[in-house]
Design a protein around this ligand. Structure first.
Ligand code: F6P
Length: 324
């Protein structure tokens, strides 16, 4: 392993820069050349690369986003795109590639491995926490703290005006962000794609909380929770059914992906970066590095993509107890 390439792909997440710094410095430690690929798989197709040294990653441990830029690349889904990408890897004498991203990015990495027998390692970088084989993806903890801070502010307004707020959070098809942040902010209800909460149950829960003297409430809604309606339609329906409530909707959006990585994500990004480089050196390819019970672990990339981590039902139960 003389030269290692690295790219960030898909939605950016806080901690990607920290992981890049770690990869570059670990490469320097082992006297390996490190090549950064700009804008994910698009950069790989266009041969947009730059050699990285320890100074290239100075002062980024605490920066959100990714200094290598990121993209969602359609051309890489085509065989012709992947041929071009492979050429770039060869042109730059890259012996192994580290891909930081989510399941879509990992699918791309497995294609390089399957079609060209190219050594790849994945680092789970996404706020969604929807990757099997790691208890935490890089950026999830920071996003949770961002959501918690934002909803704490919304709560001030909810209390001052006796209002009911529906707050939509990200998470793609998964409810991890909603469930954990919902408990942290004391949500009245948490609506996630993994549980089929009916509007009728929600209405009853709100009626009961009104009866018990509660004057304001927050419902956290995962963006993937769409039984048949989106968050605005759900809010309209509740407003119609419960005219005594003043209902408002807040969609947090991309603020959840930004900001300085938390302490947890900085340490995690640093640990995962070191292990990713060392796994390539050890010839342990086709894996994702992750964290489980405080230990850095390796999972087959194919399993990381296909596997499903079950939602923690006990957190849901706890949330219900808190609502009473
Ligand atoms: O995967 C991260 C994520 O932020 C999801 O939570 C969200 O559904 C999606 O990306 C949004 O993607 P984009 O920024 O491309 O609209």
């Amino acid at each position: 392993m003389k030269t290692i390439g690295v790219l960030t792909s898909g939605g950016d997440s806080p901690g990607m820069n920290t992981a890049l710094r770690s990869i570059v410095r670990t490469c320097a430690h082992y006297k390996i050349k490190c090549v950064g690929i700009v804008r994910g798989y698009s950069g790989l197709i266009e041969d947009n690369t730059k050699v990285l040294n320890t100074r290239s990653v100075r002062g980024i441990i605490n920066e959100g986003g990714t200094f290598l830029y990121s993209a969602r690349c359609d051309e890489f889904r085509q065989a012709t795109g992947r041929e071009k990408a492979y050429k770039t890897l060869r042109n730059n004498n890259i012996d192994g590639l580290i891909v930081i991203g989510g399941d879509g990015s990992f699918t791309g990495a497995t294609k390089l491995e399957d079609e060209f027998n190219f050594p790849v390692i994945g680092i789970p970088g996404t706020i969604d926490n929807d990757i099997y084989g790691t208890s935490h993806t890089l950026g999830y903890d920071t996003a949770l703290n961002t959501v918690m801070d934002a909803i704490d502010k919304i709560r001030d307004s909810a209390i001052s005006h006796d209002r009911l707020f529906f707050v939509e959070v990200m998470g793609k098809d998964a409810g991890y962000i909603a469930l954990r942040s919902g408990i942290a902010i004391g949500a009245q209800e948490i609506l996630i794609p993994e549980v089929n909460t009916k509007i009728k149950d929600l209405t009853n829960s709100l009626k009961n909380s009104k009866k018990s003297g509660k004057t304001s409430s927050i419902i956290v809604v995962a963006e993937g929770y769409k039984p048949e309606k989106n968050v605005y339609q759900i809010a309209d329906e509740i407003q119609e059914k419960l005219p005594n409530y003043q209902v408002r909707v807040s969609v947090l959006g991309h603020i959840q992906r930004g900001g300085r990585p938390s302490c947890f994500d900085r340490v995690l990004g640093t640990q995962l970066g070191v292990r990713a480089v060392e796994s390539l050196i050890d010839g342990n390819y086709g894996k994702m590095v992750g964290i489980n019970n405080g230990k850095i672990t390796l999972t087959e990339l194919s399993k990381a993509i296909k596997g499903k981590t079950k939602i923690n039902k006990d957190l849901l139960r706890i949330s219900q107890i808190m609502n009473t």
